[in-house]
Write a protein that binds this ligand. Sequence first.
Ligand code: HSE
Length: 400
Amino acid sequence: MNVAIMGYGTIGSGVAKILSDNSALIEKRAGCRLTLTKVLDLRDFDGDPIAPLVVHDYNQIAEDDSVDLVVETMGGVEPAFTFVKAMLEHGKHVTTSNKALVADKGAELLEIARANGVQFLFEASVGGGIPIIRTLLTALTGDRIDEITGIINGTTNYMLTNMANEGCGFDEVLKEAQANGYAEADPSADIEGHDATRKIAILTSLIAEATVNYQDIPVEGITGITAEDFIYAKKLSHAVKLLAVCKRQADTFAIRVAPFLLDEEHPLYAVHGVMNAVYVVGNMLGDSMYYGSGAGSLPTASAVVGDLVSMAKEHDKASDIRWSHDTIRLADPDEQSYRNFIRTSLSESGIRECFEIESVLDLGIAGEIGVVTASMTEKAYKEACGRLSDGDIISRIRIG
Ligand code: HSE
């Protein structure tokens, strides 16, 4: 079968490498040879062995009947959506690593795939090389999934790990992450939590078999986390992690993306650096956790090639992924309850006037103390803050 790659960047070139380096075992497992015959990119790659395969117009792939399988690794919603739609409508199976595309257009592209008798797969869109989507859709289909909690953004986990280990501040660690290639020049989607929000929306849509609008998910990134927060976290023997949390609640889901403090007992406590992990609770299975490289060229490309092999083996089948257009109304985020760690400029008696306090930490940092509140709803937290003045709360991190 012939393969085309749209977008020859970090992941697309990784896919080409795996198809070449592992060609013999892929041929055995797919039941046929997978040959890269076209690469869509704006660049020409003069001198590169793939240069003769390069085209600049997606129609040259869509209208080429010899191309069976298409990889989309361009990123972004447009023009990726237009290109992927065209491929599906021309009867080609498509796999993508593009979480923005899947979060925004997943239900629509699956419908187009079904109508055209082909498959649309997206294992690499969440958790990079961790096979979390196939696990939810196949191995765990006998379970009702009650919780998915993930560290699903490598950039922020790398930054938080370095802040914890080196005691440095946010700006310093961001510069270091960019210098080492772990953060993009424009890191906003990662550090503001939007990347993780799209990924948890995809996972929840799959277990709900309906659409979660990622815009409906309350999100806080890591830009407010400081070196001082880690001094308290260390004292509490907690880690600070950006979590994407989805919990089943009656007939809907409570979802949130935010930094959380985790104690040493939490399964995600020891997930460090760029690694990702997804903790899943099934009503029969109980707890399980999936850990691995959540980003990077070859880990992500490995998931894409897994999809290619699957599509090659089942090339006569249309998509059977159940994800309807019906939008899920998420549980009211204000009703979610957490214990909170708060740094405050108030005295102990001052903060106790507004919050039920479980413990107080005075680490000798001038002008502040830290407190841990009893569990309270977000609504109650906001009401309590409403009784305070600006600057009384220096920072707040929920406890997971
Ligand atoms: N920027 C993303 C991350 C890449 O850091 O996880 C993988 O989706």
